[in-house]
Design a protein around this ligand. Structure first.
Ligand SMILES: Cc1cc2nc3c(=O)[nH]c(=O)nc-3n(C[C@H](O)[C@H](O)[C@H](O)COP(=O)(O)O)c2cc1C
Ligand code: SF4
Length: 498
């Protein structure tokens, strides 16, 4: 009895103490709020004004889970994400009753089904494509859908490990991103594209210039199959970056080739590439040294330089051409970028891809240079559409992030990613089991290949690489639709090269 009374009195004391502390905290907040001068709302409405920030934060989640319709959200709506989640989990990707996609808005693409679709027995495996046929080590692959650049640093160790293992199982490539080659990229044994960013992390000398010695070291890894010079990415063209010294630990310093603990600045472009001619020189240098195919990545805004580049290729000879171009969309993803660049810069892929392909055609370079497209191409329809427009391959970053469990919480720049993908917080990383997620990466890639095939067969061709522009129509502003091959006006003959 006595014990019960004692427990009760302790609990009562604790309760009073909690209330007292609560009142004290409110009083402190009240004084802080009325005396501070930075926030008008908190000064005018002390204490309660603080809830505004809390609700603003919660609002993101409430909108996503309760209020947004299936096709409403950006960057990716629930229908798009749900397909990736189902594909990655290996569960049924069919849906019931009818489509929730509105087929009426101008710009909507529609595939042209064939009256006599390809019979299963007539379907063919995806043709093998060669990148850099003239290189000492050309790259051959029959895969269409691969993992786009995301550096170790922007994404966590378990995320890179899962991608590397999943890519190996699926036979697809993983692009290292501009942060250098980490042991985690190599761990799964997949094919890798080594990306050379403006700071040349991983292949730089102490002054930030390209180091032939380090480049040869990277090329000595058989897994590194190609090199990609990053001119720009869709989310932040013309923007470099600072890696704060606090993040430059021993491991990152060794991988990137920078001093420990010091801020590292990425220039906003390659200081040694000032023109299309310089770009070709750099491509030639890296290709000669490494023997691997070399291409570049850019988001297209101004495009006259592409014409200059292609003319210069003709002057130097077809062997001087880049082996591939990666065209990124203005609405591509990033770990962090200024909103002014994310929202306003560059052309979306639906315009830049057919335009670039037509330019290549006009200069008769299409058979020589492979085209990789990226930017919100995370579902089979979007991938098939890019193939119709002329892409040889599609890359995705955020599609594979969804397969790793990303819930589009949009906190990639805050080190608080709740799914462990873009955080270096060990506690949060614990949620990401690399083994389970590698399996999901694999299944997502394989289901994508399969369903792009389903679209191709419905269009009456034997495999996805046979998709052409006439297999798509685009809803026009009269409410009817126009074939994609008539929709883009870029197919103009080019002048003779002097
Ligand atoms: C977290 C994150 C990190 C990225 N890091 C790089 C990078 O290092 N280099 C690069 O060229 N692009 C980078 N990107 C851009 C992607 O490679 C890709 O071009 C873009 O997100 C479009 O593809 P998506 O719509 O499938 O994400 C990054 C994107 C994300 C989301
Ligand atoms: S869950 Fe959120 S923070 Fe993590 S990767 Fe996805 S969008 Fe970024």
């Amino acid at each position: 009895m006595d014990t019960v009374l004692t427990v009760k009195s302790v609990l009562a004391d604790l309760f009073l103490l909690a209330i007292g502390l609560g009142v004290l905290a409110i009083a402190v907040m009240f004084v802080v709020d009325v005396t501070q001068t930075k926030h008008a709302v908190r000064r005018n409405y002390p204490v309660v004004g603080r809830f505004r920030y809390f609700f603003e934060h919660l609002g993101e989640f409430f909108r996503q889970y309760f209020f947004a319709q299936d096709r409403e959200e950006l960057p990716f709506n629930r229908a798009e994400r749900a397909w990736v989640y189902r594909a990655a989990k290996g569960v049924d990707t069919t849906v019931a009753f009818g489509s929730t996609r509105d087929l009426r808005p101008p710009g909507t693409p529609i595939f042209v089904n064939c009256a006599f679709p390809t019979l299963e027995e007539d379907a063919a495996p995806t043709a093998t494509t060669t990148v850099g046929p003239g290189c000492r080590h050309p790259f051959h692959t029959d895969r269409l859908f691969n993992i786009s650049a995301m550096s170790y640093g922007a994404i966590s160790k378990p995320a890179v490990v899962a991608l590397s293992n999943g890519a190996k199982q699926a036979g697809i490539w993983l692009n290292t991103g501009e942060g250098g080659l980490s042991p985690y990229h190599l761990q799964g044994g997949c094919d890798l594209i080594f990306q050379i960013g403006t700071a040349k992390y991983g292949v730089r000398d102490q002054h930030g210039r390209l180091s032939d010695e380090r480049l040869s070291d990277i090329a000595s890894h058989e897994q590194v199959r190609m090199f990609e010079i990053k001119l720009s990415q869709g989310a932040k063209p013309g923007k470099g970056g600072i890696l704060p010294g606090a993040k430059v630990n021993k491991k990152i310093a060794a991988i990137r080739g920078i001093p420990i603990g010091q801020d590292s600045i990425s220039p906003n472009r390659h200081p040694d590439i000032n023109s299309p001619a310089d770009l070709l020189d750099m491509i030639d240098h890296i290709r000669t040294l490494t023997g691997r195919p070399v291409g570049f990545k850019a988001v297209i805004g101004a495009w006259g330089w592409l014409e200059e580049l292609f003319q210069e290729v003709h002057r130097r000879g077809i062997d001087s051409a880049p082996d591939f171009l990666t065209i990124d969309s203005a609405d591509g993803g990033t770990g962090a970028a200024p909103q002014s660049l994310i929202d306003f810069m560059g052309m979306p892929i639906r315009e830049s891809l057919p335009m670039t392909v037509d330019l290549l055609d006009a200069y008769k370079l299409r058979p020589r240079i492979r085209v990789i497209a990226s930017g919100k191409l995370i579902n089979p329809g979007a991938v098939a559409l890019a193939l119709c427009a002329g892409a040889d391959f599609v890359n995705s970053a955020r599609g594979f992030m969804f397969s790793l469990g990303c819930i589009q919480a949009l906190q990639c720049n805050k080190n608080t990613c709740p799914t462990g993908i873009t955080t270096h917080n060990r506690r949060l990383q614990r949620g990401l089991d690399p083994e389970d997620k590698a399996e999901r990466v694999y299944r997502y890639a394989m289901t994508m290949h399969k369903e792009v095939g389903v679209i191709a067969h419905s269009c009456g061709v034997a495999e996805p690489r046979q998709l052409r522009r006439h297999h798509v129509r685009v809803v026009n502003d009269r409410g009817s639709s126009t074939p994609l091959d008539e929709f883009y006006p870029y197919q103009k003959p080019r002048p003779q090269i002097a």
